[in-house]
Design a protein around this ligand. Structure first.
Ligand SMILES: *Cc1c(COP(=O)(O)O)cnc(C)c1O
Length: 364
């Protein structure tokens, strides 16, 4: 028996070293607020998904289908996959957590890229493992640095592609080169939260790699292009043995009926996804070009957001305060080690115009 020295329950060593994830702010001054801090969809969710969610309200007394069969089937049909190889989760965050809890423990290491998604170090540390950070070059994943960070203790490599908050991506040939360099017992987690937005020919989300290997999984989300962040819905495609593990450790009803219903309708409404894509394809380059003209260095992005790098006498903190005065909420990047950057989601037309006007006034 161990005795707690402080006389109250204590978490495992390392838990209290975790910096809690700080979500994007959701309030600011001004009558009209433009929340551009969490990469949410400026065009909302599919009306069909909203209808399906409403309809699910008539059976709230019933537990959901614990295996989310309708949703896995809809996803499988859309992507030509086997539904047996899909696991749904309460956001892809839950799936990342489940992977970490199943495959990491005391004495293990997990690798991620310098400006990688901050959920990775949280789930790594929460499970007693050590987070190893591979340096980036020009705010872009450096596959050689990731490979160099792998040791005999490495159990997982997390890769967001495209990455948040940088918006940069690596071509599929680079993902394959990374995978080829990993020992077969290291799990490669491809977080493809922004895959739908990417329009370059050299990008792939990783489905082919998952299909061909025993040590690769891909996670996807309904929070971004589908505009269903409030429902907490994500999915994973993986080899059968990993799917089996996740089905053992997940909560038996981890995805709610409303989320399943809305997810099915959203997956089947690809015309709506096209609209969201067209909106982003029109506004992302416009915003990037207009902001770059003002003397702010904009990291090239293929997502639905931009990383803005400010300069010494016009700092990101000052810009953030200035934008907030105009009702525009951006995301500070201090927690990512980028104190002089802000991340800004592509908004609707009014928000995008307001951002450019505000930044012009700020920079002049
Ligand atoms: C937004 C985001 C997710 C998705 O999180 P959910 O839990 O599905 O809402 C996952 N990975 C990255 C890199 C993201 O930016």
């Amino acid at each position: 028996m161990t005795t707690a020295s402080s006389g109250r329950p204590q978490p495992r060593p390392g838990i209290l070293d975790i910096e809690a994830y700080v979500p994007g702010k959701s309030s600011a001054k001004g009558s009209k607020i433009h929340k551009l801090s969490s990469n949410e969809s400026p065009i909302g969710a599919s009306p069909k998904a909203i209808d399906a969610y409403r309809a699910s309200a008539t059976t709230l007394e019933r537990y959901p289908d614990g295996s989310a069969t309708a949703l896995r089937t809809a996803i499988a049909q859309r992507y030509g996959l086997s539904p047996d190889r899909i696991v749904c989760g309460a956001g892809s965050d839950e799936l990342l957590q489940l992977l970490a809890s199943a495959y990491l423990g005391e004495g293990d290491e997990a690798v991620y890229s310098q400006y990688g998604f901050l959920v990775y170090p949280i789930v790594i540390s929460a499970n007693g493992a050590k987070a190893i950070v591979a340096p980036e070059r020009n705010q872009r994943t450096d596959v050689d640095a990731l490979i160099a960070s792998v040791t005999t203790k490495t159990r997982i490599v997390f890769l967001a592609n495209p990455n948040n908050p940088t918006g940069t991506y690596i071509p599929f040939s680079e993902v394959k080169r990374l995978h080829a360099a990993l020992p077969p017992d290291v799990l490669l987690v491809l977080d493809a939260a922004y895959a739908e937005f990417v329009r370059t020919n050299d990008y792939e989300s990783g489905i082919a790699l998952v299909s061909e290997h025993e040590n690769v999984v891909m996670t996807r989300t309904f929070s971004k292009i589908y505009g269903l962040a409030a429902l907490r819905l994500g999915w994973l495609y993986g080899p059968a043995h990993v799917v089996d593990v996740l089905n053992r450790v997940r909560g038996p009803f981890n995805v709610s009926s409303g989320a399943i219903a809305a997810g099915v309708a959203a997956m089947e409404d690809q015309a709506f996804v096209e609209r969201a894509l067209d909106h982003n394809a029109a506004w992302l380059p416009w915003l990037a070009a207009e902001i770059a003209k003002l003397g702010v260095t904009v990291t090239p992005s293929v997502g639905n957001f931009l990383l803005l790098n400010f300069i010494k006498d016009k700092t990101a903190h000052q810009a953030d305060a200035f934008l907030q005065e105009r009702g525009i909420i951006a995301r500070r990047m201090d927690a990512y080690g980028l104190p002089n950057a802000l991340r800004l989601t592509v908004g609707d037309e009014e928000a995008n115009q307001a951002v450019v006007v505000a930044l012009k006034d700020f920079m002049s």
